[in-house]
Design a protein around this ligand. Sequence first.
Ligand SMILES: NC(=O)c1ccc[n+]([C@@H]2O[C@H](COP(=O)([O-])OP(=O)(O)OC[C@H]3O[C@@H](n4cnc5c(N)ncnc54)[C@H](OP(=O)(O)O)[C@@H]3O)[C@@H](O)[C@H]2O)c1
Length: 282
Amino acid sequence: MQVLNVVGAGRVGRSLARLWHQAGAVRLGGVCARRTDSAADAVAFIGAGQALALDAMPPAALWLLAVPDSELAAVAETLAGRIDSGTAFHASGALTAAVLAPLAARGLATASAHPALSFAEPARAVREFAGTPVALEGDAAACQTLSALFAAIGGAPFPLAAAAKPGYHAACAIASNYAVVLADLALRTAQRAGLDAATARAVLAPLAGQSLANAFTLGPAAALTGPVARGDAATVALHLAGLDQVPADADAYRALGRLALQLAAPGLEPARIAAVHEALAR
Ligand SMILES: NC(=O)c1ccc[n+]([C@@H]2O[C@H](COP(=O)([O-])OP(=O)(O)OC[C@H]3O[C@@H](n4cnc5c(N)ncnc54)[C@H](OP(=O)(O)O)[C@@H]3O)[C@@H](O)[C@H]2O)c1
């Protein structure tokens, strides 16, 4: 069985290592972090491996570099001074395999493998990993190895071109992070209108959940409802009159309203499009 060394024993490193260990897909070698107690904690979570410093890691066929993106280049440079074979990969959504160039120059196969899942809570990420899409990019040989490795833990690997990574990662950030910002905007708007926090959550959570689910099943244009979709400029103006107390929120409403209007425009009369456009510009 191939040995896996894990450099960076945080949320992603310990979760993936535990999944591969539980699946019997690898034999855990060394686990390294900045702090020794953190590496020891990760070893306990994984249930295998040895907490070691980077320069004491054993030989391995697989090297997972699960350090923060800002540390990847430096760690790759340091490792390149010690190893000259195997497959090295990182889990960043934004960076490509190119950040591992010092290791590629030493003869390693290199790749990036981004699981589209939040690892905020490792125990939960381990429980919910099955079915997670994993964007693979890099050397053909490394991608082939990783495709089998992620499939062994129930992941759904798919190929991604290096040039597509920034756009791919922006899309993931919009879907995940900005959906949270939209929830915050809606909750604050409801509370400013006088709803208490619990009522605001009870009203808005099902609405938001249903709308997002509809957008991905029916398609965004078919899922869009509300004043912009109806071409109702008077209601848009009414909303903005309230939101104008908080200029940043009103700006967000205007920007999102313009995107909603683009989506709705094919089904609206030109006069209604112009009226909504004008209401959003005020
Ligand atoms: N979090 C997510 O949901 C998620 C999802 C997909 C992909 N990713 C990607 O996964 C990678 C890791 O993210 P993460 O969220 O797991 O980070 P994290 O929880 O902050 O863990 C980073 C780990 O790296 C260690 N570390 C930092 N600098 C190091 C160095 N120079 N040498 C050795 N170890 C070092 C840290 O040590 P200490 O524990 O001692 O501080 C920690 O164990 C990133 O590329 C990120 O973009 C994250």
